[in-house]
Write a protein that binds this ligand. Structure first.
Ligand code: NAD
Length: 392
């Protein structure tokens, strides 16, 4: 830190790079924090493109080698917005260089990588170095409020969790073989990309951890045309006439037990025709239920089983009050917020923790636990959906 400034360097400038840039630009304009973020450098591999991104997204300097970014003395935080195949290498180098690290989810492509990152983060912590994984949906105010209601006992004992994250962007078999469909780049498919989100979100809301799973995965389209250029989720590039194998799951489904006694179902798919980014979580407890739907992210449905029988029913809570999480910093009551705010809240929490000398959450250890669940689901699917315990 320098004069109350936290100097940030970010790697990757496409989908998440854009979302994170918006959050770094905004966070100190909205939240009153003891430190300010300064956007020092952005890194990509293509010189002209990263220069244009720096200009567009508000970074002072473009760089083309992430090692150069990490070696700089005027950078305190390394923000990793690249595909999973580079998370471990970059994070380990950044932690070794004494940088705080914010790493996009899933933490890594394998349990071994995630373990190495968690060990390095724990070692760095003794020197005051902080690390966090970017499970941004925790920072949607309605989700954070859902957790508060559960923690306050308003749902009683949690019995059921029902989570689905549904997309449809690869229903077309001609959609090209982008990095998200390649195991060596992405680790897994829908499971790690969007399944990881609902694993983290539900464990966070319920305050319980998954102890075992039985799952299945499916790859509906086994070969796809190779893309003409690298492309992520947002910009599908044109395809070539040559085909390559899809090496990840298109869909993953699993049932789970949690350590607080809840049972759960999870579904993550990129083949739910018509569902663009449908993330829905329902929690049923002995005293009530809560439902969150990302397409209506300013709302929660709450069924309060303690109300008089004549008045019971699901009611809609508009989560825009100043007393709701994060919202006192935004607009007057009823003035809704959106997807990008979850990232601003992520940067707020990260900066606040760095300033306070505290560990932000979710930690790398929390994200390793998600990775263990992903791994357990894949192993279960491989062995006929047999029950696989998740290490504590
Ligand atoms: N939190 C969320 O909701 C969310 C949403 C989407 C993606 N993600 C995660 O964010 C990460 C990135 O995903 P994305 O959708 O932004 O991907 P993307 O393809 O849109 O962008 C990846 C970026 O990384 C750059 N890059 C790749 N390898 C690099 C390297 N070796 N050195 C420098 N730059 C490199 C690419 O040029 C590109 O700018 C993934 O881990 C993904 O799972 C999180």
């Amino acid at each position: 830190m320098d004069n109350g400034e936290v100097r940030v360097g970010m790697i990757g400038y496409a989908f998440m790079g854009t979302a994170h840039s918006q959050a770094w630009r905004t966070v100190n304009r909205v939240f009153d924090l003891p430190v300010r973020a300064r956007m020092v450098a952005i890194c990509g591999r293509d010189g002209p493109k990263v220069a244009a991104a720096a200009e567009r997204l508000g970074w002072a300097e473009p760089l083309t080698d992430w090692r150069e970014l990490i070696a700089r003395d005027d950078i305190d935080v390394v923000d990793i917005c690249t595909p999973g195949d580079s998370h471990a290498e970059i994070a380990l180098a950044a932690l070794a260089a004494g940088k705080h690290v914010l790493c996009e989810k899933p933490l890594a492509n394998t349990v071994d990588e995630a373990r190495a990152m968690t060990t390095a983060a724990a070692d760095a912590r003794s020197s005051g170095i902080r690390s966090m994984c970017g499970f941004n949906y925790r920072r949607v105010p309605a989700v954070a409020f859902m957790r508060q209601l559960v923690a306050d006992g308003r749902l009683g004992t949690i019995r059921h969790i029902r989570a689905a994250y549904l997309q449809d962007w690869i229903v077309d078999p001609q959609f090209p073989l982008v990095w998200r469909l390649q195991r060596e780049r992405a680790g897994s498919g829908a499971l790690g990309d969007i399944g990881a989100h609902i694993i983290d979100l539900t464990q966070y809301v319920a305050g319980q951890r998954i102890t075992g799973v039985s799952g299945l995965t499916e790859t509906f389209v086994k070969e796809r045309p190779l893309p003409l250029a690298a492309a992520g989720l947002t910009a599908a590039s044109a395809a070539t006439a040559e085909y390559g194998p899809v090496t990840v799951d298109d869909a993953a489904l699993f049932v789970a037990r949690l350590d607080g006694g809840a049972v759960a179902t999870y579904e993550a798919t990129r083949f739910a025709t018509g569902r663009k980014n449908g993330l829905r979580v329902e929690v049923n407890g002995s005293l009530g239920s809560l439902v969150f739907d990302l397409e209506r992210l300013n709302e929660l449905e709450f069924y309060d089983g303690t109300a008089p029988g004549t008045e019971q029913g699901f009611r809609r809570i508009l989560v825009t009050e100043a007393d709701h999480p994060y919202l006192s910093a935004w607009w007057p009551t009823g003035h809704i917020i959106g997807y990008e705010h979850s990232f601003t809240h992520e940067m707020r929490d990260f900066l606040a923790a760095v300033a306070a000398g505290e560990d932000p959450t979710p930690s790398f250890a929390d994200a390793l636990q998600v990775q263990l669940v992903l791994d357990a689901v894949e192993r279960s699917a491989r062995f006929g959906s047999s029950w696989i315990k998740v290490e504590p």
